[in-house]
Design a protein around this ligand. Structure first.
Ligand SMILES: [Cu+2]
Length: 500
């Protein structure tokens, strides 16, 4: 299956499989199509009222590199699953056929949608049994870079995830666009040990990252094995490792829009490009109050960034998830100008020291903490203390409790809600709220003069704080609020916002 709307670097329209258009199948294979060849849907397809897709999950033997064989799960036979793309305002209908071998659901991450379509097992729907089917139908939005994944553990780490773009009809298409799904293939033995805080795996991060500074002396003494880290067989982009990732070709003078998703089960990724700064325009698919230019991105699990490269000279450069180990170079993709495909690509710096990397404080124009933190009345003021059970217990907690015994945040329609996080643990937690776009208004004792519109934020470690603001104007229901680290979520770090 191909992207019928793909345009190559010369602007030439690629062949169309007519039947797919008539069936409205507006998606294709990230792993089989060049990731440099995405563009918004053509006008004809965009006129359709309903985009119908069929997603079938099945066991899938995945070999992201020649020496790795992973017993995974895949949507439509590919990891990541097919790229889904609709124009904002179109109706979307997905027939999900579950052949995964166990119960399953699909969560549409970053979407504001009817609660019954949100895909949380035993909360918004009964889990779909193996062999069963479910129809998800909603009008995808808000516009921007979203994604989808199974919400039944551990199906997301095993491969049931994919990217989903809701095109904004008012946005100009980029010269060249590439969707880059950064994902990591877990060693499931290590993953299962991490659930019990008994893993011997080491953390992955570049030098100069806060993750390195956050380690305790005993962590460092044990070569930073913290018990809950996961070992990875491979770290990939769009189902492959470099040099097998599909290169992105762009001409001098063109601007390349990278849609970056961190679909890792646990790793906070730092992403940089050789020879270029990144101009960041969107966070979690939502427009930033102002673009920010940085040397590197910090992308927590489940976060997305839209970042642009301005190609000003001939060459070849790696876009790479940098780290302090030998697997880093595999998680990269080449951007090159015509005729430079064989050139040795320029790598980015592998350390953050001296680099200007993306922070919420910088992007949000942080200043002294304001009182009140948000102007106007506040109806719900929730305080969530993130925590860890006793060493070895395999518990990750919110206010001392694990899901499903956590206390929900009760809201009435149109309430103005603040959620304050405190995080005394040694790790940053990528906290995610379903069904809303909230604003990050404060972090580590500073107010953001330009609050960041997001659905997931890293709450800093070791006494870090973060404050979200949102208005309870989503469809009524129960909206999960949880850590998106798959270990922490499975170990209980989850609650919900309930419209009562
Ligand atoms: Cu966490």
């Amino acid at each position: 299956m191909s992207y019928h709307c793909a345009i190559d670097g010369t602007g030439r329209r690629l062949p169309v499989r007519r039947r797919e258009i008539l069936k409205g199948l507006l998606f294709g294979g990230l792993s089989t199509m060049s990731i440099g060849l995405l563009s918004p849907m053509d006008a004809r397809a965009a006129e359709r009222d309903v985009v119908d897709v069929t997603l079938t999950s099945r066991p899938h033997t995945f070999s992201p590199t020649p020496n790795v064989t992973f017993d995974g799960l895949a949507f439509n036979g590919q990891i990541p699953g097919p790229l889904l793309r609709v124009r904002h305002g179109q109706r979307f209908r997905a027939r999900y056929i579950n052949r995964s071998g166990g119960p399953s659901t699909i969560h549409w991450h970053g979407m504001i949608l009817p609660n019954a379509m949100d895909g949380v097992p035993n909360v918004t729907q009964a889990p779909i049994p193996d062999g069963g089917e479910f129809i998800y139908e909603f009008t995808p939005g808000p516009p921007g870079f979203r994604w989808y994944h199974s919400h039944v553990a551990p199906q997301n780490p095993r491969g049931l995830f994919g990217a989903f773009i809701v095109d904004d009809p008012n946005e100009q298409p980029a010269d060249v666009e590439a969707v880059l799904v950064f994902h990591d293939v877990p060693d499931m033995t290590s993953f299962n040990a991490a659930l019990h805080d008994a893993s011997h795996a080491h953390m992955v991060a570049p030098m100069g990252a806060p993750e390195m500074a956050d380690m305790t002396a005993s962590d460092k003494a044990s070569a930073h094995a913290m018990g809950d880290e996961v070992a990875y067989l491979a770290r990939c982009i769009n189902g492959a490792t470099w040099p097998r990732t599909k290169p992105i070709e762009a001409r001098v003078g063109q601007r390349v829009r990278l849609r970056i998703l961190n679909a890792s089960p646990t790793i906070t990724h730092y992403i940089a490009a050789g020879g270029h700064q990144l101009r960041v325009t969107h966070s979690d698919g939502n427009p930033l109050p102002r673009p920010v230019t940085v040397d590197a991105l910090r992308v927590g699990v489940a976060e997305r960034y839209d970042a642009w490269l301005d190609i000003t000279r001939p060459g070849a450069w790696l876009v790479e998830a940098i780290a302090d180990d030998g697997q880093a170079i595999g998680q990269s993709v080449v951007v090159h100008t015509p005729g430079m495909a064989q050139a040795t690509p320029e790598r980015p710096a592998q350390s953050l020291r001296g680099e200007d990397w993306f922070t919420y404080l910088q992007a949000g124009d942080a200043g002294p903490l304001q009182h009140p933190v948000v102007p106007g009345p506040i109806d719900v003021d929730a305080h969530l203390a993130l925590g860890e059970g006793a060493r070895g217990a395999g518990n990750w907690t919110i206010n001392g409790r694990t899901w499903p015994d956590t206390r929900p945040i009760d809201v009435h329609r149109d309430d103005r809600v603040l959620v304050h996080f405190t995080n005394p643990t040694d790790m940053a937690h990528p906290m995610h709220l379903h069904g809303h776009v909230f604003h990050l208004v404060a972090l580590n004792g500073q107010s953001l003069g330009q609050p960041l519109p997001k659905d997931t934020t890293l709450v800093p470690a070791k006494g870090g704080t973060a404050t979200w603001f949102f208005k309870a104007s989503s469809p009524p229901g129960r909206w999960m609020l949880h850590c998106h680290n798959d270990i922490h979520m499975a170990d209980g770090m989850m609650t919900d916002v309930r419209y009562i």
